[in-house]
Design a binder for this molecule. Structure first.
Ligand code: H2B
Length: 100
């Protein structure tokens, strides 16, 4: 992790970063996405895989799960906003989802 990974993105950086992670939306200072899986087992399995990556990155999602749906919110609490780490984690989540 470089220092710049944990620096708040400015509006311009954030707009361009958001274009690299389609489907993620900025809501109340967090980047958010809802995922729908076929059933609870698939959703929870995906959450387990995301959790392993989050732990390795030392960057953790705020999330909730209802049956087959997962709602994810990302921000960097230590920095008080969105940093490259959130964009990285969002990209990883999308990659895990595609490969699941
Ligand atoms: N996750 C998120 N989303 N934001 C953080 O600022 C953060 C984290 N900080 N996971 C990490 C843990 C920090 O508290 C530890 C001590 O590295």
């Amino acid at each position: 992790v470089s220092v710049s990974d944990l620096q708040l993105l400015n509006t311009e950086e954030l707009e361009s970063a958001l274009r690299s992670i389609p489907g993620w939306r900025l809501i109340d200072g967090q980047i958010c996405k809802s995922l729908e899986c076929s059933d609870f087992a698939e959703a929870f399995s995906l959450m387990c895989r995301i959790a392993m990556f989050a732990e390795k990155l030392d960057h953790h999602p705020e999330w909730s799960n209802v049956y087959n749906k997962i709602h994810i919110k990302l921000s960097t609490h230590d920095a008080g906003g969105i940093t490259r780490k959130d964009i990285q984690l969002a990209g990883l989540i999308d990659a895990l989802r595609v490969n699941s």
